[in-house]
Ligand binder design. Structure first.
Ligand code: KMH
Ligand code: ZN
Length: 278
């Protein structure tokens, strides 16, 4: 029975973190493959993908996504890839959507559910932008992972789903808690969000920075799924930089074992998330 298994997503790269903060943050295709493989070998069923130019500059270019996707799938043939359509703050909507122009079309992609503060920046997700992203995903049969950084993002996206502007049930949510300026990472906030999702939905929790492990523990205990990785947190424990994404995934695997949750394979994750096997 796959239903109760824990899906671990590894957000291996992100767009904002740098090698200056942790030298193991991947930029090149080879480094991205190395990090994806370390995460998958440790137990991740999904890799949430941002890509960079070799100098570390974030890019949403479909050519770079194509190159990285093919290289990751060579090393990890069955992994589910969730390319970002969030990109980096300041990118245009068209630029951001280019990550979905790979061949084959990705089975999933993120869809960010509203504008919010993002540290000192503003992460702009206006209603027209979200409608355009929803339309693209409906047309191309891409299952969105709905990224909610703020409590109000949930209501926004549920309204859009009711109006048929974004793909509807079964919906997959990722509650990203603890981004500076956004909803704090507390168990109470997570419970409020989880209580608000439609029956039949699935959810993941991501705790940012020092919230990564406490939120992972909450997600495991509450029957949800967990995302970890360099995009969200660079440390294995206080003051100790993680050597790889695999180390962060391994920590979640150990927690899950202690709490009695088995780890889902990528195919089991496809079943849980109602994805077609490709
Ligand atoms: N880089 C952040 C501004 C996503 O991947 O969809 C947004 C982000 C969300 O990472
Ligand atoms: Zn992301």
């Amino acid at each position: 029975m796959a239903a109760n298994k824990l899906i671990i997503t590894a957000a291996i790269c992100g767009a904002e973190v740098t090698k200056e903060q942790n030298p193991n943050v991947p930029y090149t295709v080879e480094e991205i493959v190395r990090e994806a493989k370390s995460a998958v070998d440790a137990g991740a069923a999904i890799v949430h993908l941002h890509v960079r130019q070799d100098d570390g500059t974030p890019t949403q270019s479909h050519e770079r996504f194509q190159e990285c996707t093919e290289a990751i799938l060579k090393a990890c043939p069955n992994v589910i890839l969730i390319p970002s359509t969030g990109g980096a703050v300041g990118m245009t909507p068209d630029e951001r959507l280019d990550s979905t122009n790979t061949t084959p079309i990705p089975e999933m992609a993120t869809l960010d559910c509203g504008t919010c503060n993002f540290g000192d920046d503003i992460f702009d997700n206006s209603m027209p932008t979200m409608r355009a992203f929803g339309q693209r995903m409906i047309e191309r049969h891409i299952k969105p992972e709905y990224e909610c950084f703020e409590m109000g993002h949930l209501d926004t996206i549920l309204n859009m789903a009711r109006k048929g502007q974004v793909p509807g049930n079964p919906m997959q949510f990722n509650f990203v808690l603890g981004v500076p300026g956004c909803t704090p990472a507390t168990v109470a906030n997570l419970c409020w969000l989880v209580n608000g999702i439609p029956a039949g939905s699935t959810w993941t929790v991501t705790g940012v920075g020092r919230n990564a492990v406490p939120m992972a523990a909450a997600g495991i205990a509450m029957g949800g799924n967990v995302r970890v990785g360099f995009e969200d947190n660079l440390y294995l424990s206080k003051g100790v930089l993680a050597k790889s994404n695999g180390e962060l995934v391994d920590k979640v695997v150990r927690l899950a074992k202690e709490l009695g949750r088995e780890i889902a394979t990528s195919d089991e994750a496809r079943e849980i998330l109602s994805l077609d096997k490709r």
